[in-house]
Design a binder for this molecule. Structure first.
Ligand code: DC
Length: 217
């Protein structure tokens, strides 16, 4: 069974998807983390977005593993834990452009489909219900007011020792949504048959129970 959770940046997808997966005993797959890994690898290698030959080589040598560790999802890139590094401001600023690249998407979508072929999973991202698994058993699309999302993102950054103003965070969130929704390949959009959940006034428990309620029905 596949439960697809898509939505705008910082709308609560990750935390919600992780808890829903725990409650159902499913595998949780954070596809945004995969795009962030490729972005980090490109930054580390000094590769510019348009350099397609270099990107091909980089993708060939790159391994990404999402490993469950004491209730947390650990992101391993070439066997190194990059769980925090992929959430940095620099990666966040560049990830939309990287995730718009055809080669990158092809490579990651292939891995996502392979993982889901062997396990029940809750997969979270931007194009899961529309492109990766258009036949997913359940599809959800999360949205929230951008100021509320900026506050949530600020909390995440603070827990990693990084500081950014609400104004800048809100600008970044809106810029990313705009970029992700208007790109040519697999743009962010709600699947016609997805349940839309506005998380502006919901806490995590509220978001999780909405989804579990619908799945149980
Ligand atoms: O969910 P997130 O903020 O970690 O995602 C980071 C970026 O990755 C997001 O701006 C768009 C991209 N992304 C994507 O294009 N497709 C996905 N399935 C998941 C994320």
């Amino acid at each position: 069974m596949i439960i697809a959770i898509d939505g705008t940046a910082a709308s609560g997808k990750s935390t919600t998807a992780k808890i829903v997966a725990e409650k159902l005993g499913f595998t949780y797959l954070d596809t945004g983390a995969m795009y962030r890994c490729v972005t980090l690898a490109m930054i580390n290698a000094g590769i510019r977005n348009t350099d397609s030959e270099l990107i091909n080589n980089l993708l060939k040598d790159l391994t990404i593993d999402l490993v469950e560790n004491e209730g947390n999802l650990q992101i391993l890139m070439n066997n190194v834990d990059v769980s925090n590094e992929i959430r940095s401001v620099e990666v966040t600023e560049n990830v939309s452009a990287v995730s718009a690249l055809k080669k990158v998407r092809e490579s990651l979508v292939k891995i996502q489909r392979e993982i889901a072929a062997t396990t029940n999973c809750v997969m979270e991202g931007r194009d899961i219900g529309t492109v990766v698994f258009p036949n997913a058993d359940f599809k959800f699309f999360l949205i929230a007011d951008s100021t509320v999302r900026a506050h949530r993102r600020q909390k995440d950054l603070q827990s990693m020792g990084e500081e950014m103003s609400i104004e800048d965070l809100e600008k970044d969130i809106n810029r990313r949504d705009e970029y992700d929704s208007t790109r040519e390949i697999s743009p962010l959009k709600k699947a016609e048959d997805a349940f839309e959940i506005d998380t502006t006034d919901l806490n995590i428990d509220g978001q999780v129970s909405r989804i579990i309620e619908i799945v149980n029905k």
